[in-house]
Design a binder for this molecule. Structure first.
Ligand code: ADP
Ligand code: ADP
Length: 223
């Protein structure tokens, strides 16, 4: 279909260091794309530029046809380590984007509880983040990224803080959510297994200054 995310000649220089060199890329609406590559090659930087949290040095990024100039309501982001507001309950953390976007919290409460149940956190809706394990916090952060139903989900190694079993559970849940909603997902991972299981396209970045070295389409039957 039409590209939902489009990168044109994107380059990023930090001080004197060229992190990303000339990446052009179209990601189709509803695609699940994994981004693989060696540590430090610029995967997070690329994702944060799509998220509007880091500005490219040159080139252009578009989401839903619009040039990205900052964070957007139609994009949800999950960071490698969960960032939750410590004085808010888990439920109110999940509802935080709803508040920022000035939507009705009452309307989204039921959806928040459904997402928390999916993440096996239903019993912790009223708890504070410090009462949760690292893995539970990350699952809450994933719920928060999904609460306002963004068209695009950007995830930076979202499962790296989870134990192996929780990670597999969350992978299956993520796949289920993606199949149900056909969100466009860009998923940064170190794990070839995870990339092959989850995505229908795997992009491999080379060493710094990073360009794309492989663009692989995966066509496997899904569970
Ligand atoms: P990856 O996610 O693939 O591990 P990153 O995107 O985190 O890689 O980093 C790519 C390169 O850019 C690294 O060399 C890193 O040190 C550098 N880098 C990332 N962010 C900054 C920053 N804010 N300032 C300076 N250098 C940075
Ligand atoms: P990890 O952070 O090691 O990945 P998990 O998120 O997988 O841990 O947690 C495993 C399970 O342990 C949770 O689903 C929960 O039932 C229980 N658990 C962990 N921390 C707590 C806590 N602080 N209070 C109550 N139960 C907890």
């Amino acid at each position: 279909g039409t590209p939902l995310v489009r990168l044109s000649g994107v380059r990023k220089v930090f001080n004197q260091l060229e992190a990303i060199r000339n990446i052009s890329l179209d990601i189709g609406d509803g695609a699940f794309v994994s981004l693989l590559g060696p540590s430090g090659c610029g995967k997070s930087t690329l994702l944060m530029m799509i998220a509007g949290l880091v500005r490219p040095t040159s080139g252009e990024i578009r989401v839903n046809g619009e040039v990205v100039t900052g964070p957007r309501a139609d994009v949800g982001v999950v960071f490698q380590s969960p960032v939750l507001l410590p004085w808010r309950t888990v439920l109110d953390n999940v509802l935080f984007p709803v508040e920022l976007l000035k939507l009705s919290k009452a309307k989204y409460r039921e959806r928040a509880m459904e997402l928390l149940a999916m993440a096996k956190l239903a019993d912790f809706a009223g708890a504070l983040p410090r009462e949760l394990s690292g893995g539970m916090r990350q699952r809450a952060a994933i719920c928060r990224a999904l609460i306002h139903n963004p068209s695009t989900l950007l995830m930076d190694e979202p499962f790296s803080a989870l134990d192996a079993i929780t990670r597999d559970d969350m992978s299956v849940e993520l796949l289920r959510i993606w199949q149900a909603n056909r969100k466009t997902v860009v998923f940064v991972t170190h794990s070839i297994r995870e990339a092959a299981f989850l995505s229908d396209r795997v992009l491999v970045m080379g060493r710094r200054p990073a360009t794309l070295v492989e663009d692989i389409t995966i066509d496997l039957p899904r569970p």
